[in-house]
Write a protein that binds this ligand. Structure first.
Ligand SMILES: [Zn+2]
Ligand SMILES: [Zn+2]
Length: 245
């Protein structure tokens, strides 16, 4: 981290190993040293824009003006105040998240950092953030993967904004099966008691931003929020890189 080759050496390296886009594998070069993904993939990631649900951030495909509460938000009991996200979980962004999470392509964290900054700024306007907390992984999953992708995102954001984070405030104490295969009711039952606040002092009375890579149904972040509030947090907001529809 922070290490970079000198310009002539980088030029020489690029000559032997032309840089390829970590998402689509297309070679690209001479586009500036800070570009990590190719311009096509960059263009393919379309940020979520208003109108969207003011609560969970669900974007509406058409229309303009004010967003209104979506169906799930009218029905569900959410423990978080709002959820904000960068873009839809599809195409190039979905591929990027997969390569980051399962392939360990860590430089992509800078791409996610660029994407996360605007929604975080929007969030901060009505929600003064005290501390960021990553959605934790169960120790078994953590050992398998070797890292928690949400923690890497939080560290990147903290580096950029100066907002502190507490990586050990919340822990996952129950190893839940992969949620995708489960029905909504089973999902909720499975998550019950899956998380635990490990450091009450770190979150006591604070406005917490809980960070994760993907928002799917909201079940996981909702259970985390419930646990954080029970553990003494003042309020909780959610920030994710992508939202599945
Ligand atoms: Zn690409
Ligand atoms: Zn909603």
């Amino acid at each position: 981290m922070g290490f970079s080759f000198s310009r002539p050496f980088r030029w020489f390296l690029n000559l032997i190993f032309p840089p390829v886009c970590p998402i689509c594998q297309a070679p690209f070069g001479g586009q500036g040293e800070d570009l990590i993904i190719c311009p096509d993939c960059q263009k393919a990631i379309r940020p979520v824009r208003p109108p969207y649900c003011p609560c969970c951030g669900l974007p509406y495909p058409t229309g303009d003006g004010e967003g209104h509460l979506c169906g799930p938000c009218l029905k569900e009991k959410w423990y978080f105040e709002v959820h904000r996200t960068c873009a839809l979980y599809e195409g190039a962004l979905k591929e990027a998240i997969h390569r980051f999470k399962y392939g360990g392509v860590f430089p992509l964290v800078r791409v996610f950092g660029d994407l996360l900054q605007p929604p975080l700024q929007t969030l901060i306007e009505d929600y003064p953030v005290d501390v960021m907390v990553p959605v934790p992984l169960h120790i078994r999953r953590l050992r398998e993967r070797g890292f928690n992708q949400a923690l890497l995102l939080v560290r990147e954001l903290s580096k950029r904004t100066g907002i502190p984070y507490e990586e050990r405030a919340l822990a996952k104490i129950k190893d839940t099966p992969v949620q995708i295969a489960l029905k909504k009711r089973e999902r909720r039952k499975n998550l019950k008691g899956a998380f635990q606040v490990k450091d009450q002092e770190a979150i006591k009375g604070k406005a917490v931003v809980l960070v994760d890579d993907v928002y799917t149904t909201g079940a996981t972040v909702n259970e985390c929020s419930r646990t954080l509030l029970e553990g003494g947090a003042g309020k909780v907001a959610i920030l994710t890189v992508a939202r599945a529809i």
